[in-house]
Structures are given as structure tokens and as C-alpha cells.
Design a protein around this ligand. Structure first.
Ligand SMILES: NS(=O)(=O)c1ccc(O)c(NC(=O)NCCc2ccccn2)c1
Ligand SMILES: [Zn+2]
Length: 260
């Protein structure tokens, strides 16, 4: 209805463009010709249990699918990682049109959306909240979304979005396998040390950005844009779009590739 203001830029995104004293910020552009192949990088090993899926909720910035991370049922290891990491949630970033929306870019190429699978270092810490403050605390897998054929596995999630339209709405969400969102090839990736792309922007993330994207349909992505930044009580509703951070300077960091 007319009271919904479309594509209002969310005030939070006018937040800190660069963190004072932060020289390992994310997201970044991955300039492929400046990446360095590292033959020591191992294949990534993921093991996810759909039975540990708990809920899906709108936190006013994105929507998150959360997993029970009190046991070691959803693990990530290998790749650039020395320790074992535990999945706690996944979420997305997207634009108001299919022309932009991703946080990372490859040779400045923008994708309409980006999926983040968030893991914390369960070998060294006992809670996500602890790990988020530490340099080797988090590992986030970034996967680009392209508009194309419908993603069958994603549809169960898309069907749940209308029930969490407003900020702070939560619904039970069960038996979702996050592995169904991985591209067929997870051996080819880029990795670098960076930060959360939203406050608190802590520099605790080993980023693992997949070279291969996944495809979702135009209609599936359109449902993401039907979410709202605002809670049900607010007078003016704002469409949840453009929930990505502006790109940050590389500051001399090297992005390594697992492939030539
Ligand atoms: N986008 S990201 O870097 O993968 C990432 C991963 C795990 C996280 O907890 C966050 N950030 C996060 O949860 N921030 C608390 C909620 C929030 C989100 C946006 C703005 C302010 N506060 C970002
Ligand atoms: Zn994210």
C-alpha cells in the first residue's frame, strides 16, 4: 500500500564507512589478477545436520536462519582454516534491483545478492559472542547469487519469508540443509582476513568467497525484497533492500586463491 516507502536507504548503511584504526575491513573487491595462488590451501570440508535448524527471523538488517550451535553437529574445516568451526547462522545481502546487491565483487562485478554462512572457532572458544571479538574467531563462506533458474532448495526458505515480514519477527524453521545452498564446486575459492560487514565490524573473519555462484529465480529474489526493515508498529514501512556495506580499502592485504 502507499504507506510503504520503497527502497529507502537504511540509516544503518550510512554508518561507519571505514572503522577508525581498522585496516582489515570487509567487504572488498577481489581483483583477480592481484590474487595469489596458494598450493597449501586445502579443500574445504563441511558437515551440516538439517535436524539442528531452529528458526528464521528478521533482525531489521537481513533475515537469518539459525542453527543449534551448542553441539558440534555443523562443522567447517580445511581450506585456509587450522581449527574446526561451527555454523551458527546464515543470511543474505541484496539490492533493490538485480543490478547490484552483493557485498564482495570480482573485478568490480556486482551480483544481485550474496549469501553468508557464519561459523565460529569451536576449538578455541565456547560461544559465538566470544569468538566474534578474536582475530581467528570467525569463518564466513560468501556465495554469490545470480538470477537464473529457480533454486529448488531455496523455495522452502522463500515460502517462510512472508511470516517474518517485519523486524523482530521469528518463526520456527526446521529441517533445512544449508549444504543445499553450496555451489557444486567448493574447491575453488578466494580467502583473505577481514571483518564483519555490519556493526560491530570486528576484524575477526577469515573470509572464504566461492568462485562459483548459485542461481535463484527472479521471483525468488523478489520475495527477499518484500521484507521490511521496520517493525509492525512503525508508521512508515521501509522495504528491506540494499542491505550491503560499501567496499573497504584492501590496505595491503593479499587475497589468496585455491585455484590457478
Ligand atoms: N555480514 S557478516 O559479516 O557475515 C556478519 C556475520 C555475523 C554477524 O553477527 C554480523 N553482524 C551482526 O550480527 N550484527 C548484529 C546485528 C546488526 C546487524 C546490522 C547492524 C547492526 N547490528 C555480520
Ligand atoms: Zn553478511
Amino acid at each position: 500500500s502507499s504507506k510503504y516507502v520503497l527502497s529507502q536507504m537504511h540509516p544503518m548503511w550510512q554508518g561507519p564507512l571505514v572503522v577508525p584504526g581498522g585496516d582489515h575491513q570487509s567487504p572488498i573487491d577481489i581483483a583477480v589478477r592481484k590474487t595469489v595462488f596458494d598450493s597449501e590451501l586445502k579443500p574445504l570440508v563441511t558437515s551440516y545436520d538439517p535436524e539442528t535448524c531452529q528458526q528464521i527471523w528478521n533482525n531489521g538488517y537481513s533475515f537469518l536462519v539459525e542453527y543449534d550451535d551448542t553441539t558440534n553437529k555443523n562443522t567447517l574445516k580445511g581450506g585456509p582454516l587450522r581449527d574446526e568451526f561451527r555454523l551458527c547462522q546464515f543470511h543474505f545481502h541484496w539490492g533493490e534491483t538485480n543490478d547490484w546487491g552483493s557485498e564482495h565483487t570480482v573485478d568490480r562485478r556486482l551480483f544481485p545478492a550474496e549469501l553468508h554462512l557464519v561459523h565460529w572457532n569451536s576449538d578455541r572458544y565456547s560461544l559465538f559472542e566470544e569468538a566474534v571479538m578474536e582475530k581467528n574467531g570467525l569463518a564466513v563462506i560468501g556465495i554469490f547469487l545470480k538470477v537464473g533458474k529457480r533454486h529448488e532448495g531455496l523455495q522452502k526458505l522463500v515460502d517462510a519469508l512472508p511470516s517474518i515480514r517485519h523486524k523482530d519477527s521469528v518463526v520456527e524453521f526446521r529441517r533445512f540443509d544449508p549444504g543445499c545452498l553450496l555451489p557444486s564446486n567448493i574447491d575453488d575459492y578466494w580467502t583473505y582476513h577481514g571483518s564483519l560487514t555490519t556493526p560491530p565490524l570486528t576484524e575477526s573473519v577469515t573470509w572464504i568467497v566461492m568462485k562459483q555462484h548459485i542461481e535463484v529465480s527472479h521471483d525468488q529474489l523478489a520475495v527477499f525484497r518484500s521484507l521490511l526493515f521496520t517493525s509492525a508498529e512503525e508508521d512508515v514501512q521501509k522495504s528491506m533492500v540494499n542491505n550491503f556495506r560499501v567496499q573497504q580499502p584492501l590496505q595491503g592485504r593479499t587475497v589468496r586463491s585455491s585455484f590457478t
